[in-house]
Design a protein around this ligand. Structure first.
Ligand code: EPZ
Length: 420
């Protein structure tokens, strides 16, 4: 398994973010709604994308992927099973359920199970599809669904932790081919859902309100193929902001959509960063002070502070003068990185869904182990900020969600290298 060797670095220069993994994945699933050809640009070349390509090929799609452009065509539309061996490696594949059911009248998708960030329940997905008339059963770790005719309905999708991104995606992708009108209330408002809505509209769907808590859909008989460009990855951009804070560096992030990062800018400025945004050139300039200030962060569904940046910012706050508090309200157990940061000299305590961080003057390099995609990014950031070298193992987690991360960091002057 690959490892990263990381040591204290000062970053500078410009980095360009890739296309958004979390926008690309549901959009790829939406190609199941039509047998026509799709050309999808700015798709990041990542392990999770390769997994979704494999799942779509098992489901009868013919796919080519080069230079970040996906071409999707149809070979057969008879298949309807997304196998466990692929779904277990990437829980997001569960968002094939809605489009498969809508287009092929039946679907059998392995349940995502849990992962290190916590249980990954699918009750809201099932509630939404059942409200559209699907007959759903859970058998031997698979979700089996069938429906000869889906019918539009009024669906409330709010859960105990607020809205659900992929449950909203699944219901949107089923409702666009259901008979009649659907109103989704307490829909997820993430930019990735907005992007999915734009994609479905380009396919000819009658859909509005995506990106807001109220999505209105009028079902169509069929949808067409289309061309689409995936939005930039706001979590990757936020990860670089965290890296600049932790290393006391100034850098420029290009290609991101500043409008997707307002909550992140707020927190970064409270910690002490100076952020200069140019919406025209899509440039975000971050200048960070030597001394970081302790802050309180609560993670929330969009437009709140993203849970996917919680670990990365915890790595910064480990060095911020004072006591910081992180309240993880989306995945209350998403603190696997906490123990690893403490092994690097941080002083962080978990108290239920809270992490209490007593900032230290310095972190010390250590051998650490990545546990999930965003936690591994946090360990790399901590390694860049710590005195002495660090070795981060199990970085296949990071390869799932960051395209060429070490090349991008090296270009910024980071001392990081991958060893096989
Ligand atoms: C998406 O996962 C993202 N993944 C996650 O990013 C992200 O952390 C998450 O949204 C929250 O922003 C992709 O987009 C591929 P949710 P998703 O359903 O849709 C609970 C990454 O690092 N819930 O919005 O699966 C759930 O337990 C990944 O890129 C239910 O209770 O997340 C959680 O507490 C990690 N019932 C909360 O809702 C359900 O049926 C939000 O989860 C579904 C979810």
């Amino acid at each position: 398994m690959d490892k990263f060797i990381v040591s204290k670095s000062k970053l500078s220069g410009t980095v360009r973010v890739s296309g958004s993994k979390n926008a690309a994945l549901p959009i790829m699933a939406a190609t199941l709604l039509s047998e026509e050809k799709f050309v999808i640009k700015n798709v990041p070349s990542l392990k999770d994308i390769t997994t979704m390509i494999k799942i779509l090929e098992v489901l009868g799609k013919k796919i080519s992927f080069q230079a970040n452009t996906l071409t999707v065509e149809s070979k057969t539309k008879r298949r309807y099973v997304a196998p466990y061996r692929l779904v277990k490696t990437m829980r997001a594949s569960f968002c094939c359920l809605g489009p498969l059911l809508a287009k092929r009248k039946k679907a059998k998708v392995a349940l995502p199970g849990g992962c290190v960030i916590g249980p990954r329940p699918v009750d809201l997905h099932i509630k939404g599809l059942t409200h559209l008339g699907a007959d759903i059963s859970i058998e031997r770790g698979y979700c089996q669904a069938k429906a000869d005719n889906l019918k539009g309905n009024h669906i409330y999708l709010g859960g105990p932790f607020g809205s659900s991104v992929l449950a909203t995606a699944n219901v949107m992708m089923a409702a666009v081919l259901a008979k009649g009108s659907t109103l989704i209330e307490h829909a997820a408002c993430e930019p990735e859902i907005n992007a999915l809505g734009q994609f479905l509209k380009k396919m000819g769907a009658d859909i509005q309100g995506f990106g807001t808590p109220l999505i209105r859909i009028k079902g169509k008989k069929s949808l067409a193929g289309c061309e689409f460009k995936v939005i930039p990855d706001r979590i990757e951009a936020g990860t670089f902001i965290a890296a600049s804070l932790a290393t006391g560096s100034g850098l420029e992030i290009k290609g991101a959509e500043p409008g997707h990062l307002t909550s992140v800018f707020e927190i970064a400025k409270k910690i002490g960063a100076k952020i200069t945004v140019n919406n025209k050139t899509k440039s975000i300039k971050v200048k960070t002070p030597g001394k970081l200030k302790a802050v309180n962060i609560t993670t929330l569904p969009y437009p709140g502070f993203p849970t996917d940046l919680q670990a990365q910012f915890m790595a910064c706050l480990a060095k911020a003068k004072g006591i910081s508090l992180i309240h993880e309200k989306v995945y209350p157990d998403r603190f696997m990185h906490l123990a690893e940061l403490n092994r690097m000299g941080a002083s962080i305590q978990k108290l239920g869904p809270y992490a209490i961080i007593e900032g230290q003057k310095n972190l010390k390099g250590a051998e650490t182990q990545a546990s999930d995609l965003r936690a591994s990014a946090a360990l790399v950031i901590a390694g860049l900020a710590a005195k002495g070298g660090s070795k981060v193992s199990r970085i296949y987690h990071i390869d799932r969600g960051y395209e060429n991360i070490e090349e991008k960091l090296q270009k910024l002057g980071a001392n990081i290298k991958r060893i096989k």
